[in-house]
Design a protein around this ligand. Structure first.
Ligand SMILES: NC(=O)c1ccc[n+]([C@@H]2O[C@H](COP(=O)([O-])OP(=O)(O)OC[C@H]3O[C@@H](n4cnc5c(N)ncnc54)[C@H](OP(=O)(O)O)[C@@H]3O)[C@@H](O)[C@H]2O)c1
Length: 185
């Protein structure tokens, strides 16, 4: 999972680990953030390039039990490094773009995707906007129940009054936030 330390990622990591994924590799910008992701279920912590393990047990360093490739990549980052991660998807694997905090992919992105066709790679986008209201309510109810049981953790970086919204955005832009900032009206 690329960009796992954000609001989407901290939940997706827990869901993957909770559903029995044999390995959950994450990208992040520091070993400290990686340690927090491990507490949520990550098994391999990579730097943002996906090449170097931040804690000696990452994919890039071939640590104990490191996977040789990924069956599913969930990508919140996008940006110029998408091809690096496309190249690490296993045959018949699936790459799902859900965000673009790192910007646009490179101009030849479509060619890189077509070059990979012999691996039967699936590339998809996903937006919660296209999930129907009833399905959304069903998932939300299940996740609230999991949160009440303590099997799904909310990760709140900070709770601020609404008039501190600019400060919250500043902290997010500076990369200081892990999880979510909650603004209280
Ligand atoms: N698909 C949907 O339904 C849906 C719903 C809501 C939002 N979105 C999209 O998802 C994105 C926001 O998700 P979010 O709130 O989870 O993300 P976020 O908290 O803004 O960022 C997630 C993480 O990405 C890493 N990151 C930030 N900039 C990066 C860069 N340039 N290169 C590599 N890593 C970078 C940071 O972690 P580290 O510092 O630890 O690397 C950050 O904590 C937006 O693009 C938004 O449009 C999609």
């Amino acid at each position: 999972m690329r960009g796992a330390a954000g609001g989407i990622g901290v939940t997706a990591v827990q869901l993957a680990a909770g559903q029995g994924a044999s390995a959950v590799a994450v990208t992040t910008s520091s070993a400290e953030r990686g340690a927090r992701l491990r507490e949520l279920g990550a098994t391999h912590v990579l730097d943002r390039t996906g090449e170097g393990g931040l804690d000696g047990g990452g994919f890039g360093e071939g640590g104990p039990g490191a996977p040789a490739g990924f069956d599913v990549v969930i990508d919140i980052v996008g940006g110029p490094q998408i091809p690096l991660f496309l190249d690490q998807v296993n045959a018949n694997g699936r790459y799902v773009a859900v965000g673009m905090v790192g910007g646009q992919p490179p101009a030849d992105f479509g060619m890189r995707l077509m070059d990979a066709f012999r691996t039967s790679l699936s590339f998809a986008t996903f937006s919660a906007d296209t999930v129907s209201g009833p399905d959304r309510r069903t998932v939300r109810a299940a996740q609230f129940a999991d949160a009440a049981r303590g099997t799904l953790r909310t990760v709140v970086h900070e709770v601020l009054p609404l008039d501190q919204a600019a400060r919250a955005h500043g902290e997010m832009d500076a990369g200081k936030v892990f999880g979510r900032v909650v603004l209280v009206p």
